[in-house]
Design a protein around this ligand. Structure first.
Ligand SMILES: C[S@@+](CC[C@H](N)C(=O)[O-])C[C@H]1O[C@@H](n2cnc3c(N)ncnc32)[C@H](O)[C@@H]1O
Length: 232
């Protein structure tokens, strides 16, 4: 299915960063209260990816790459292995515009991994796009993550970033969250912007130690969930 979104669907958010409105889900990809702020606060800050020496990031829902760009800012040139799933990649011109247009002013847009990605985008349908720059690797798999095989016990960091549990419920089910928890390495940390009770309970049932943390603007709380080191 061809993606129907275009640059006309871009919209500014409260911190000045841009996001995109999805017609299909009736929601924006990033927070209207600040897309970049949310990425930094919840996903980067919540997981502590910035202080991991060799981060292995699993992202559920690559979207418009906001979380990737915010991660590239803090990881800079340190070793990074980033694996993202996205079944409906947006057009290349949308990604370019969103990350600051030709001037590349958006945070992370000048990073070599993002620059290479913009040249190679989109990932092939049913396949994987791989970018490698020195000790950094990015893979974006154009697959429905519900039926995709997830790496087991691999991720030091998980960004659980589907659309809301109401709009995109399949990414928040007990069954799927159990699979996502299985992708975490012992001691690995998952972060998600949702603090819904059923999401928290599903993460607890999946064997993770879950805590609520103060949220970014527009959100009272978000969830941080850690896999105990003694759990496979
Ligand atoms: C909130 S957006 C993600 C925003 C993104 N993390 C970012 O930083 O820009 C949710 C994304 O999940 C994707 N998605 C939803 N269900 C999916 C599924 N079953 N498999 C793969 N991707 C899915 C949507 O297409 C959308 O791009």
């Amino acid at each position: 299915m061809a993606h129907e979104l275009g640059t006309a669907d871009l919209q500014p958010t409260a911190d000045g960063s841009l996001t995109l409105r999805s017609h299909r889900f009736g929601q924006t990809y990033g927070s209207a209260h600040g897309a970049e702020t949310q990425a930094r606060h919840v996903f980067v800050g919540g997981t502590g990816v910035a202080v991991q020496r060799r981060a292995r990031v699993l992202e559920i829902g690559f979207g418009v790459g906001q979380n990737l760009r915010s991660t590239l800012v803090v990881c800079d040139r340190r070793p990074l292995d980033y694996l993202a799933y996205e079944y409906d990649p947006v057009p290349a011109e949308v990604l370019v515009q969103l990350s600051g247009g030709a001037s590349g002013n958006g945070a992370g847009a000048n990073h070599p991994v993002w620059q290479e990605l913009m040249l190679a985008w989109p990932p092939p349908v049913g396949g994987e796009l791989t970018i490698g720059v020195q000790e950094q690797r990015l893979r974006v798999r154009c697959l429905d993550v519900l039926s995709a095989e997830l790496p087991q016990g691999w991720a030091t960091t998980v960004y659980l970033d589907g659309f809301s549990p109401e709009a995109n419920p399949e990414l928040w089910s007990d069954e799927f969250l159990l699979r996502v928890a299985g992708a975490l390495a012992p001691g690995g940390v998952l972060a998600t912007y949702s603090a819904a009770g059923r999401v928290r309970r599903a993460l607890v049932a999946a064997g993770l130690d879950v805590e609520k943390r103060p949220g970014p603007p527009g959100k009272r709380e978000f969830l941080r969930a850690e896999k105990p080191v003694d759990r496979p």
